[in-house]
Design a protein around this ligand. Structure first.
Ligand SMILES: [Zn+2]
Length: 391
């Protein structure tokens, strides 16, 4: 396995990243209508297989529990298996978590129809992470999410300057909140959007339910709309205040009474203009290199400079019920917004596999092992001879 991972994994040439630039501004909330937004959780595990993986409860329990809390989309994401519970329902979203490796370099695949078996078990290099993402992206119908990148250093911040062929980052997860990773990717001009998930492993433990959530725009509550919303960045991530052992009824009331409050967000006359239905408790605007460019509280209307040198701005705000909302960035681009595969081809290319090079390394390894064995044998002869002389 180590030989396959470290000697035979394809190598890539990564171009230096380019910040967002251009006269056009991409606004994922261009036609924002808060009534179209519904709650979703895309990352949940149930008991599965022989129980080797960590999961309690059944897929049906996950579906029903989230449905009872008013969620519209609630995927079951087993490791390396697409769960079929609810298939046929227009709210069903196929999902699985990819990755069986020591550093928890995991990906969430939404809307796909096949499972990739390949992974590298030992700590992965940038090339190996890129290779797995490129393979996952061969299924062009899926949404690829980097799960909890800050957990166990599954992905480093540096990785996110270079990696291509994915769509989103699970910034909000109970085990890791990976804002620095997200801002690193955005600062490197990568069009990647936020996801917030419970990543629960026991549906019977209510402390694991409804902590993080993704709001997607889906007027007719269909999975196609939900996936399109995630991929275009019109989604919003939600971080709910946690109350230990909160009853399910209290959770439900908290969720049902929550209000996005956002009315509109747009760039006008070199300014990011944000309007709310009522004052929000606090609001922070973040830009290039994760720098806070604006912060204020108890206001309803905001106008933050978005000059020619401004690459992207993203907004976080807290409503009076203590819920934190995270919007996707508005960013600059030139003539055209690139798709996952076009951007991938532009910034990363595969080096041709050189048989001579691989043979040289493989031969080197064999030589090292032989020398080691030979030396051990030689040493045992030497020890025996010394013993013989000392008699
Ligand atoms: Zn995971």
């Amino acid at each position: 396995m180590a030989v396959d991972q470290y000697l035979f994994c394809p190598q890539f040439v990564f171009k230096e990243p380019k910040v967002f630039s251009g006269d056009s501004i991409y606004n994922p909330y261009k036609n924002f209508t808060s009534q179209d937004y519904v709650k979703s959780n895309f990352h949940a595990h149930s008991k599965f297989g022989l129980g080797i993986t960590n999961g309690e409860g059944l897929p049906k329990d996950i579906w029903e529990t989230y449905e009872g809390l008013g969620y519209v989309f609630h995927a079951v994401s087993q490791y390396h298996k697409i769960d079929k519970f609810g298939e046929g329902d227009k709210k069903y979203i196929s999902s699985y978590e990819h990755g069986y490796n020591l550093r928890k370099t995991h990906q969430l695949l939404l809307g796909g129809d096949r499972v990739l078996g390949k992974d590298y078990i030992f700590p992965q290099t940038l090339n190996q992470k890129q290779y797995i993402l490129s393979r996952l992206a061969q299924d062009t119908s899926n949404v690829i999410v980097l799960n909890h990148p800050d957990l166990s250093s599954g992905y480093s911040e540096r990785d996110l300057k270079y990696l291509q062929y994915y769509d989103c980052i699970e910034v909000l997860n109970p085990t890791a909140q990976s804002f620095a990773h997200w801002d690193t990717a955005l600062s490197a001009g990568k069009k990647v959007f936020i996801l917030g998930n419970d990543d629960l492993h026991n549906i019977k433990n209510r402390n694991q339910i409804a902590r993080f959530c993704t709001l997607v725009s889906s007027p007719t509550q269909s999975s196609t709309e939900a996936l399109a919303s995630i991929k275009s960045g019109s989604s919003i991530a939600m971080w709910l205040p946690q109350v230990h052992n909160e009853s399910m009824d209290d959770k439900k009331n908290k969720l049902l009474s929550s209000k996005i409050t956002l009315e509109s967000i747009d760039v006008k006359c070199d300014g990011l203009v944000i309007e709310f239905e009522e004052p929000v408790d606090s609001l922070v605007v973040i830009g290039q290199n994760g720098k806070v460019v604006h912060s204020s509280s108890h206001q309803q209307h905001f106008n933050v400079p978005f000059g020619k040198d401004c690459t992207y701005l993203r907004v976080e705000y807290t409503t009076k019920d203590g819920i934190r909302y995270f919007l996707n960035p508005l960013f600059r681009y030139e003539k055209q917004l690139y798709s996952r595969s076009v951007a991938g081809t532009a910034f990363v290319s595969r080096k041709p596999f050189k048989v001579a090079e691989a043979g040289f390394f493989f031969g080197g390894w064999i030589l090292v092992v032989l020398l080691f064995l030979w030396r051990k044998k030689w040493w045992s002869y030497f020890s025996n001879f010394r013993m013989y002389l000392s008699i």
